[in-house]
Design a protein around this ligand. Sequence first.
Ligand SMILES: *[C@@H]1O[C@H](CO)[C@@H](O)[C@H](O)[C@H]1NC(C)=O
Ligand SMILES: *[C@@H]1O[C@H](CO)[C@@H](O)[C@H](O)[C@H]1NC(C)=O
Ligand SMILES: *[C@@H]1O[C@H](CO)[C@@H](O)[C@H](O)[C@H]1NC(C)=O
Ligand SMILES: *[C@@H]1O[C@H](CO)[C@@H](O)[C@H](O)[C@H]1NC(C)=O
Ligand SMILES: *[C@@H]1O[C@H](CO)[C@@H](O)[C@H](O)[C@H]1NC(C)=O
Length: 397
Amino acid sequence: MLAFLSVALSTVGALAQQLPSVFPISSSLVPGPPSAVCTRSTYNITLLTCTYTIVPFSSNIGPSPNQTIITNLFQTYITSPTNFTAGYHTPTGLASASNSAGSYLISGTLCQPLFGYEHEGTVQLLVHGIPFDSQYWDFQYDPELYSYVWAASAAGYTTFRYDRLGTGLSEHPIDGLNVVQADTDVQILSSIASLLRSGTLTGTGYNKILLAGHSYGSVQATALASRTPAAVDGTIATGFSAYGGAVPLFLASGLWSSAAQVAPYACASLASTYLLPTVPQAAQMNFYYYPGYDESVFVYDAAMPQPVTVGVMFTLETVAGAASNFTGPVLLVTGAQNLPFCGPSNQTILQETGTALFPASKYSYYAPELTGHNVNLHLSAPGTYAAMIEWVLENGF
Ligand SMILES: *[C@@H]1O[C@H](CO)[C@@H](O)[C@H](O)[C@H]1NC(C)=O
Ligand SMILES: *[C@@H]1O[C@H](CO)[C@@H](O)[C@H](O)[C@H]1NC(C)=O
Ligand SMILES: *[C@@H]1O[C@H](CO)[C@@H](O)[C@H](O)[C@H]1NC(C)=O
Ligand SMILES: *[C@@H]1O[C@H](CO)[C@@H](O)[C@H](O)[C@H]1NC(C)=O
Ligand SMILES: *[C@@H]1O[C@H](CO)[C@@H](O)[C@H](O)[C@H]1NC(C)=O
């Protein structure tokens, strides 16, 4: 995987020198579901506005903190967010100014169905969570069961999935504190939605964009619907809820450590601010609910570690907010045993998520049993996808 990554990036580098302003920078056909033709491209995404606010981290942390310091950051954030802010965030920093005109190389895959044109004006934009890249949405172990891209293209839908900044084949900025942050991620998502709408990204404009997120991807989807309600026309938020205790649980139970130490075979070159769950048990605790999954899926997933930055972890709550002016339909899909996001999982939190975050939307939820946080990677996935596609059709996408 590492060899593939370096080949891909050097190809991007070579092409970029010849064609600095061509969009996309590189493009190639890639394997996908039998019912679709898929193209992976690298795009130079320039952020839309200069007004977004990076949360600047203070120099107390240093650019490459050791594991002792990283664990201490988690302790402080979880037990006393106020002390964390006082100690490690700088009220006015240079970071917000220096990052405001950023552009980043983002790798995304467009899959267009081979059969049927009735949904050709619609694209499903898929945003993955932590610690994944966009393969979460097109999972390659038993893909006919676990790949949502497969299910969507079989139903005649175009999908676009991309690797979030700092994951997969997208750029991995060295600054995992002030650059790879939640606000940067939301701005990238916002740019991608806008470029899909206009047709600049793929050559075809879409009059309907259905935004589907997983976990942190759902946090970003909610943030986009809150900031720019017209950016997308409907949202499926998976692995998510408005449960207030979610972030501390997620941060604590993952036992997050430097990816370079946990998975040197894949992440040796990354700064210490890129993190992974330390041991498989930490991944099980947050993401999988036994016996609702195939152990082979767990093993397959563990073998393709994708890091998350310290910057994202300690800013993901800053972009959260009710999407009060968003009027598109919303479907919440979350495992009945989604430990971090449901705490005491019950109907109340499922209903309250709609009232609290999407008060102006037609809101529904679906909570498969025997399913943990990673809804797509449990045995319930085929039933979940059938429910998602049914909702998509019912809502006219
Ligand atoms: C991406 O776009 C920015 C802004 O237009 C430009 O400065 C930068 O050189 C581009 N990067 C690549 C690799 O083309
Ligand atoms: C990590 O860095 C801190 C601050 O420099 C230092 O106090 C601590 O001893 C270091 N821990 C290890 C294990 O090196
Ligand atoms: C927060 O910081 C104050 C002042 O340094 C300290 O007294 C208090 O114990 C800290 N709280 C926690 C939960 O660490
Ligand atoms: C919703 O729209 C109204 C009217 O444009 C505006 O005043 C309000 O600030 C918006 N609310 C949010 C949460 O953006
Ligand atoms: C259900 O969850 C909500 C929100 O987490 C909580 O306030 C409530 O006490 C729970 N109810 C039951 C019966 O567990």
